[in-house]
Ligand binder design. Sequence first.
Ligand code: HEM
Length: 170
Amino acid sequence: MGWMRAQRNDRKVLCAQSIASASPCDSKDKLASDQQNRVHIEDISTLQTPKHLQCPTLPFVSTSTPNADLPFLPATAITASPTHNQLYIVIDNIVYNCSSFVDEHPGGGQVIESFRAQDCSWQFWRFHSKDVMQAWGQPLRVARTEGVTNRWKERPRWVGLRRFRDRDEG
Ligand code: HEM
C-alpha cells in the first residue's frame, strides 16, 4: 500500500474519527469528498523537504584545520531534517558527515545510523580512543555547532569508588 496524503482545503479537513465512527456530524458526502481528496504516493522519495528545512551539504574540512575554524552550522539546520540524504552526527559540538563512512564503520553501520542528526558524544567515547578520533574522525569533519542534544543521559560508570576513565583524562 502506498503512502497516503490528505489534500486539505479550507473547509474539509480529514480526521481519523470521521472515518472510524461516522458520527452524525460527518455526512456521507463529506466522507466521500475526503476520499476523493486523497492522493496516493507510491514512492516516499517524492516527498520533498521544504527548502527552508533542508540541511546543507557541506564539504569535508582539511584535517589541519582546528575545530574552532570550522564553519558554524546552527543546530536547527541539522535536526530539522533528519531524513536528509547526508548522515550527520555530532560529537562534542563537531559535525561529522558519515554518509560514506557508515558502510565502512568497523562497529557496523546501524549504530551510526541510529544517531543520525543527533549528538552521540558520550556513546562515541565509550568505544573509541582519541587516536581513533584523530585518524578516522578528523577527516569526516564538516562543521561545528551548538545545542544539538543527546537523547540519552550518560550514566556514570564506577570502578570501586572511582569514576571510570573520565573523557578529559584521555
Ligand atoms: C565519527 C564517527 C565514528 C568513527 C570515525 C568511528 C570509527 C571507528 C573505528 C576506527 C573503529 C575500530 C576501532 C578499533 O578497532 O579499535 C570503530 C569501532 C566501533 N565503533 Fe565507531 N566510529 C564512529 C562512530 C561511532 C558511534 C557513534 C558509535 C556508537 C556508539 C560507534 C560504535 C563503535 C563500536 C561499538 C565499535 C566496535 C568496538 C569494538 O569492537 O571493540 N562508533 N569505530
